[in-house]
Design a protein around this ligand. Structure first.
Ligand code: HEM
Length: 409
């Protein structure tokens, strides 16, 4: 106690006066005013942040044991799994961490859709989120190629070849991506470099994401703004504790997969070394790409299919201007709420279709589900906004919380 008063505290003050890291942390992590009614759906952003850190750290240790060369990549991963102390743990944490990351971010995004967190003044926060999502997809795609298994090789072949559909410069883009005229060592090297670099870009984007979040603070289940100090509570200890509860549950699920079903999300074919002469009978991307893969395959024309696939993600950029209803939360939007769940079901259906072989009836179902996906954004959201009569939200967070409490009593 004495030591902290006589030496440590003055030293911290000295640093803080010159570089205010401690006051910044206090302002943004401890005293930070947070709506007092956040529920557990608001845990997923911080959980995604934790998994990002786990991915970067396990990725570093994997990289120091990995050889980015087509002759050695597969065996270097097998060597890591069998001979390196806890190599299997590192690899399973990283591989399953990727799937967990996408599960968390999908929940985080659907939370935003349900409670209208993408609406003014949080449009840029949402847009940065979509950029993060795109960056995550690119990173995951490149990472899946690195073990140089059959699915790595053929997945890379299918996806990179899609760019050849771009008029005039398509073949040039593919040659540039491959670093030659076939998928080979140059391709593997550039994917390794890209996979190592992109998480740093995602990390920077998350910082900007947080910056935008702290500008207008969090939305909340009622979707009304914080107006008085009575509407908020400090982030610490209330939400640090709540985040830790969420982390406990998350780690049980995550390590459940790592220790008891490490290959649950994987493809058995990827335990066979890449062979350009043998095409696997059924090439499927990782589960988190399946809805977009279904969109791609539901259109016969290659170029339009590729455009539709990218449009499926990029349409999210425009969402704040398509759903302009002033009431944010679906709690007060009875019609939007029904369509939200229909849209959710449609995304799951697209995922299911993406995993099937392209035969009837899956092709037709996929086409209908694709049409509905785009109709949700382009037609349904603007129409609901025009015709729905939302309920009146409470005038403040405190009023809403008190009303809910009285109702419960
Ligand atoms: C690396 C991935 C991501 C990380 C680490 C991350 C982190 C966070 C954190 C910590 C919060 C505050 C807590 C919370 O509301 O859950 C947040 C809020 C938010 N994020 Fe993300 N995020 C990520 C990806 C995304 C994506 C992909 C989107 C949308 C496309 C998105 C949209 C939002 C929005 C709209 C909010 C404000 C929510 C509200 O206040 O209700 N984020 N994010």
């Amino acid at each position: 106690m004495k030591l902290s008063k006589s030496i440590i505290l003055p030293f911290l003050d000295w640093v803080d006066y010159r570089l205010p890291v401690f006051s910044y942390a206090r302002h943004n992590l401890i005293d930070y005013p947070t709506p007092k009614n956040l529920n557990y759906w608001w845990n997923f952003g911080s959980l995604a942040g934790i998994v990002l850190m786990i991915m970067i750290i396990t990725g570093f240790f994997l990289a120091i044991n990995y050889t980015p060369h087509t002759d050695y990549a597969f065996s270097s991963v097998e060597h890591l799994m069998r001979d390196v102390n806890y190599g299997w743990l590192l690899r399973f944490m990283h591989a399953n961490g990727g799937s967990m990351f996408f599960i968390l971010v999908y929940i985080h995004m659907f939370r935003g859709l349900y409670f209208g967190s993408f609406k003014a003044p949080r449009e840029l926060l949402w847009i940065i989120g979509v950029v993060i999502y795109l960056a995550m997809m690119g990173t995951a795609f490149m990472g899946y190629v690195l073990p140089w298994g059959q699915m790595s090789y053929w997945g890379a072949t299918v996806i990179t070849s899609l760019f050849s559909a771009v008029p005039l410069i398509g073949d040039t883009i593919v040659t540039w991506l491959w670093g030659g005229f076939v998928i080979d060592n140059n391709t593997l090297t550039r994917f390794f470099v890209g996979h190592y670099l992109m998480p740093m870009v995602i990390f920077m984007l998350v910082i900007v994401h947080m910056w935008a979040l702290h500008q207008h603070k969090s939305n909340n289940p009622l979707g009304v703004d914080m107006r008085t100090p009575a509407d908020s509570i400090p982030f610490h200890p209330y939400y640090t504790i709540k985040d830790m509860v969420g982390m406990g549950v998350f780690f049980i699920v995550y390590f459940g997969f790592v220790f008891f079903a490490p290959d649950f999300f994987g493809e058995p074919d990827n335990y066979i070394e890449a062979n350009p002469l043998v095409t696997p009978p059924h090439i499927v991307p990782e589960w988190y790409f399946l809805p977009f893969y279904a969109i791609l395959r539901s259109i016969d024309n290659k170029l339009i299919g590729v455009i539709a696939m990218f449009a499926g993600v990029c349409i999210l950029f425009a969402l704040p201007w398509m759903d302009r209803c002033r009431v944010r939360s679906a709690k007060f939007r009875p019609i939007y709420r029904q369509f939200f769940w229909l849209f959710f079901a449609d995304c799951i259906l697209l995922g299911y279709i993406g995993a099937q072989t392209a035969v009837e009836p899956f092709v037709t179902i996929g086409r209908i589900a694709t049409a509905y996906y785009f109709a949700h954004f382009l037609i349904i959201c603007p129409l609901i906004c025009k015709f729905e009569r939302p309920l009146v939200p409470p005038e403040s967070i405190s009023a809403g919380v008190l009303k809910a409490q009285k109702g419960a009593e």
